[in-house]
Design a protein around this ligand. Structure first.
Ligand code: PMP
Length: 362
């Protein structure tokens, strides 16, 4: 199968092999070495000197961890949303009793930092801003650096980032941009199976942690920090996914982050060019387009569900439809992590063959 959804992503054979190793004592010396190496690798990719914790959950768990460790019931949060995932931080914050102001932008476009400034000016009581770096549902990357310059540089608010489909694939300079907490998950650009999620925690985030009163237990950053000092997780971790992350990070670090980012930019460009060459229209502008997921408009006369179904059954290629209200209108191609040119070429060839059969006329 050519798995071209935006996560879980294909796992390279050597990483898969690594994940099949026998169990070890998660309170023993081998695990201590493993968690030390993986944490160091994560810090390198996150571009941070600060804390990074490994949680056993998916990306949403890391987002929930962010909320419960940073906020108190009643705190006013500005949630910047450009799509389905943009709303998730708002939903979690509300579930735990925060007061959320939603700043929403048209789906398919990126967030305007000037609008963020405007809302922060109008609402001096806002305590934190939550934002998605890369919106997987629309294939748009926010200009997080500019948003951070407003949120941190101008207003000094707490900045909580969903980096689930960006960290390790699209530059996110955690310390340089002053992101306080950045959440991501192992099944995206990391080339590992689902099961682990990661959170960076800045010094300012630790100050917020001291004040935060939301209920928390499993996802307590304080416990994670205390146990990590002894090379452990507070709870039994997904050891097999740790093996995979260890092997995947070795590959990522050997390639070097500049090359990894360049490879993602290049395969994304190849995908966008290929779609246009087929006569298809992209859902986003070139300036907003993501380097990890491409959203394409379903052409007139073609049914999205049928396109997705026949790509899978006749061409062994798994693509994603739109999400939420965009479900029938766009389809999405993932090209984060282990995505090779031949995979994209195979996908484009399959589309070229199938689309006319579904009624597409150029
Ligand atoms: N945020 C973004 C931007 C995502 O792409 C995803 C996963 N598609 C999530 C959050 C949720 O992550 P998970 O499914 O791992 O909980």
């Amino acid at each position: 199968m050519n798995l071209r959804i935006p996560g879980p992503t294909p796992v390279p054979e050597d990483v898969l092999q690594a994940s099949a190793a026998q169990m070890i004592n998660h309170r023993g010396p081998e695990f201590k070495e493993l968690i030390g190496r993986v944490t160091d690798g994560l810090k390198h990719v996150y571009a941070t000197e600060e804390d990074v914790f490994i949680l056993t959950c998916s990306g949403t768990g890391a987002m929930e961890a962010t909320v419960v460790n940073m906020l108190s019931p009643g705190d006013h949060v500005l949630n910047v949303s450009i799509g389905v995932f943009g709303d998730r931080f708002a939903q979690i914050s509300e579930a735990y009793g925060a007061k959320v102001t939603r700043l929403e932008f048209e789906w398919g476009t990126s967030a305007d930092p000037d609008k963020v400034r405007e809302v922060l000016n109008q609402n001096p009581d806002i305590y934190a801003v939550s934002v998605t770096h890369n919106e997987t549902s629309t294939g748009v990357t926010n200009d997080l650096e500019s948003i951070a310059a407003v949120v941190k540089g101008e207003f000094g608010k707490l900045l909580l980032v969903d980096g689930v489909s960006s960290v390790s694939s699209i530059p996110l300079l955690t310390d340089k941009w002053h992101c306080d907490v950045v959440a991501t998950g192992s099944q995206k650009g990391w080339m590992a199976p689902p099961g682990l999620a990661f959170n960076s925690v800045s010094p300012e985030a630790w100050q917020a942690y001291e004040k935060a009163t939301m209920p928390r237990f499993y996802f307590d950053f304080g416990k994670a920090k205390q146990y990590l000092k002894n090379g452990q997780n507070p709870w039994t971790p997904a050891v097999s996914v740790m093996y995979a992350m260890d092997a995947a990070l070795e590959k990522i670090l050997a390639e070097g982050m500049a090359n990894v980012y360049e490879r993602h930019a290049s395969i994304a460009q190849m995908t966008r060019d290929g779609m246009k060459a087929l006569g298809l229209e992209l859902f986003t502008s070139a300036a907003d387009a993501s380097n990890t997921v491409t959203a394409i408009k379903v052409p007139e006369g073609v049914e999205c569900a049928e396109l997705v179904r026949r790509m899978r059954t006749e061409y062994q290629t798994v693509i994603a439809p739109g999400q939420g209200r965009l479900t029938p209108d766009i389809f999405r191609i993932g090209h984060m992590g282990y995505a090779r040119e031949e995979d994209i070429k195979g996908l484009l060839d399959a589309l070229a063959d199938l689309l006319p059969k579904l009624g597409f006329k150029r």
